[in-house]
Design a protein around this ligand. Sequence first.
Ligand code: FRU
Length: 494
Amino acid sequence: MQNLEPYRPAYHYTPLRNFMNDPNGLVYYKGEFHLFHQYNPFGNSWGHMSWNHAVSRDLIHWEYLGVALKEEDGVMIFSGSVVVDENNASGFGTKRNPPMVAIYTGHLVADEMQSQCLAVSLDKGRTWTKYAQNPVIGWEKDFRDPKVFWHAPTQKWVMVVAKAADKRLRFYGSSDLKQWTLLSEFGGAGVPDDQKTNWECPDLFPLPIEGEEGAQKWALHAGMGGGHISGGSGGEYFIGEFDGVAFHSDNPSDTVLWADYGKDNYAAVSWSGVTGKSGEAYWLGWMSNWRYANDLPTTPFRNALTLPRLLSLRRFEEGLRLIQRPAPQLKKLRGAKRRYSARTITSEKPFTPQGESWGEALEIVAEFELESAKEFGLLVREGEEERTLIGYNTEARQLFVDRTRSGRSDFSSSFAGRHFGAMRTNGNRVSLHLFVDRSSVEVFGNDGETVITELIFPKPDSQGLSVYAEGGSVRLISMTVWRLQTAFAPIAGG
Ligand code: FRU
């Protein structure tokens, strides 16, 4: 049986058909993780932006619920968030049946003016009604992507929203979600404004500090439409305090912190209404890049989301840094497992586990001890002429993904390449935790310290796996490989 959708991920979210971008309106309510996303109901490239909707009880299996908010009267539905108004302060529902309120950007097609608008659901997100008095803020140019959360210490709703082209974020406050007061602005920090970039899809949330009981700090994250370290779109973040009015960054204004060093994680946002056991935020991003999002070689759908991740902070000498780990729910995907014990790998003697057919969907945990090798790591989705490298450069102290020869890349001149991020060694050790799918790899280095998310388009039968070293030796302390189950059934034919 021929798989007609060779690049349809086995366990990452994709719409059944058509173009998608940013995740929107992530909210947990009554046992369901809601996921909305930017969507073109009419085609496989960007346009007619609407919110498509899916729900999941386990963050792995998604039930498609169709278009929730559609383009109407020349106004597209751009990115935004959803909250549950538990006290019915908006008056849209009742105390017994609190409203779910979507706060989205209305984008006027005619003149590209943007405003913040509301829509309401009283039936667990199944149907939505736009607020008759929209917009609630606006209209302005380049003014979009409201993320709203409840700020308990000051008992109000807070919105962070981007003045995109100015690379500034605004904070507004409200008691009823309808009337908003400007609180403050944040900007002039991170990647210099003079680069060809902007800020979009901001998010602000508190995170626990690992190993410091009860301690937390706020993380402010913003998507940049261009100028990411790996090229094109990606996200930068700041750590600091939010006092209910303004965000105060702990970092010198020229510090640039990347959430993900890969080229394919954009517009990540967190789930409202749910945290991990220690208060970690759940989030995921759009697994693509505006450089080629409209050109990926997939049909009838285009683009996917990253895996859901748990966020916390870890203290290093230079300050607190964002830590991302795969959501614990993903363990449910694990199938058959192989474990390999310690061995030495050299450039003459790579390690290729024999007799295995790995399939296209894998999770791998490997721990290495540095010896003389200049570079070492894993080769995944290996075929006769292609492979993806997930490696560590011991001189530069960098984790990298190299997709120079990972498969198809003819659709964009900015796709192939090696993308890397700084990563320390722990003692003399480095750990890699990675997820391989039909068209992506996600690497969590040193238990979430450095993350790289990248698309790849290998042949379906490129299923080899090996461990390599260059310029000396490395000790593989241990490696565990799981085959992962399919959560999305591919559409088969032939
Ligand atoms: C980010 C973005 C948002 C906007 C949406 C439109 O990828 O440009 O700023 O709301 O996409 O689809």
